[in-house]
Design a protein. Structure first.
Length: 288
């Protein structure tokens, strides 16, 4: 089962870990993603879940990676209940491998552009900020965003391994952040532990449930688990929401829709299709 867990330490370091294999696979299936699109979207979905850390205030996070690569924009929303949704503008992109078995996400996303992050809760006004893309590989871009836009030193590791049948073998990642009271000794320990870990996809291939990851990264520190929740792909769309959108159309557009027997509306985020008959729309528009 996919999950996200959060930890604090006495030494001023906090960590979040997420295993998102089934969640990313559902996104791949819903959007018919080709491998490099699966990797880009999966990394961003995992990163958004890790960054939505203010669960006490029910914080939601939206991430937009706007690069100049062929994928177009990567769109992701992560919610305080540990659900996530997302899509890429162009899911059928084929990029030569960077090296044997290594998808070139950086080229697919693009090296020029920006990371845009919006944080929103019920307690305060939405907050949006941006930072320049660094590599298009997602993890480095999100870490740079946290440092530049939110002044939080962070290490992020994100990975998606796509099998030869194009399905998701493993997906997940972790986020380590230094709190203001973090000691230099603790940070040095964590840095050494992360350097010894190797690629996150290699670790998850050997430990698909992420077992032992926290103990490895935070070895030598006093660790306490503070949050544990299942993760799943879930969209906020509904038939009622599309009805509200339809009602905002001009009278001319409404009449145009009534010329067809059936109108189909598709949600970008989850690819669910909603169908409205002519009679249903006429009743909705009060244009019988």
């Amino acid at each position: 089962m996919d999950y996200i867990k959060r930890y604090t330490t006495r030494e001023g370091v906090r960590m979040a870990v997420a295993v998102t294999t089934a969640t990313v696979e559902e996104a791949r299936h819903r959007h018919d993603l080709w491998p490099v699109a699966t990797a880009a979207l999966g990394r961003t979905m995992t990163g958004a879940l890790l960054m939505a850390g203010d669960f006490k205030n029910e914080e939601n996070v939206s991430i937009r990676l706007k690069g100049d690569g062929p994928l177009g924009v990567v769109h992701v929303d992560a919610f305080s209940d540990a659900t996530v949704r997302g899509y890429v503008d162009h899911p059928h992109v084929d990029i030569p491998l960077k090296r044997a078995g290594k998808l070139d996400v950086g080229v697919a996303v693009g090296h020029n552009g920006e990371v845009q992050v919006t944080r929103f809760t019920k307690l305060r006004q939405d907050y949006t900020s941006q930072s320049p893309l660094q590599s298009g590989e997602v993890a480095e871009d999100l870490a740079y965003y946290l440092y530049i836009s939110e002044q939080i030193p962070a290490t992020i590791s994100l990975g998606v391994l796509v099998g030869t049948d194009n399905t998701v073998s493993v997906a997940g990642g972790f986020l380590v952040q230094a709190l203001p009271d973090a000691t230099d000794e603790a940070l040095a320990k964590v840095e050494a532990n992360i350097n010894a870990l190797g690629p996150i996809t290699t670790y998850l291939s050997e430990h698909p449930d992420g077992e032992g990851l926290v103990e490895h990264v935070l070895d030598g520190l006093t660790v306490q688990e503070v949050y544990n929740a299942p993760v799943r792909f879930q969209c906020t769309c509904s038939r009622e929401r599309f009805e509200q959108v339809l009602m905002t159309l001009s009278d001319t557009d409404k009449r145009d829709l009534l010329e067809d027997e059936t109108t189909e509306l598709v949600c970008h985020y989850c690819n669910n299709a909603y169908h409205f008959s002519r009679d249903e729309l006429a009743s909705l528009f009060d244009m019988k």
